[in-house]
Design a protein around this ligand. Structure first.
Ligand code: NI
Length: 169
């Protein structure tokens, strides 16, 4: 088991657009395993490669439904190909901004297409928490954080709270 260092808000890599993975190799699969280890260790439900300092389009999620069905996925080069018109608002957090939470409005259902770590095409029809987690992680691949998706007023409050919590360390 290998734990990777989680990059925190302020790290440049979190604000860059991650590059598509050209060829899936053993190194890609090792990275995916390490990302799962790191996510579980931090008790998160999703993680994107830029969050561990790797600017590549890779994400992992492990989300449980209300009926406790688990959805464990690793996606390479994921693309949201459909988004529902109806939206929902739920509280989100992020391993890169620990201690900060806020409600974010997002489409309730999405279709996400990409590749598995074995290079097989994957197509996920997701709703609820899985849909939300996938959108949050795909955002990371574009350098977008959940605090970008709240009102400027709320963002200001969250960022002040974040800076204060960092300063007291
Ligand atoms: Ni996040």
């Amino acid at each position: 088991m290998a734990l990777l260092e989680i990059q925190l808000l302020g790290a440049k890599v979190l604000r860059e657009r991650a590059a598509p993975v050209g060829e899936i190799t053993d190194a890609t699969r090792q990275l995916v395993r390490d990302m799962f280890d790191t996510m579980y260790d931090a008790e998160g439900i999703g993680l994107a490669a830029p969050q561990v300092g790797i600017p590549e389009r890779i994400l992992v999620v492990d989300v449980a439904d209300e009926d406790e069905t688990r959805h464990v996925h690793a996606l390479v080069n994921p693309v949201i190909t459909r988004s529902s018109r109806d939206t929902g608002k739920e509280v989100e957090g992020c391993l890169s901004i620990p201690g900060i939470e806020e409600s974010v409005t997002r489409p309730v259902r999405v279709t996400v297409e990409g590749l598995s770590p074995d290079g097989e095409p994957v197509r996920l029809e997701a709703e609820g928490l899985l849909a939300r987690a996938l959108q949050h992680e795909v955002d990371h691949l574009d350098g977008v954080l959940f605090v970008d998706r709240v009102s400027p007023l709320k963002r200001g409050i969250l960022l002040r709270k974040w800076r204060k919590s960092r300063a007291s360390r």
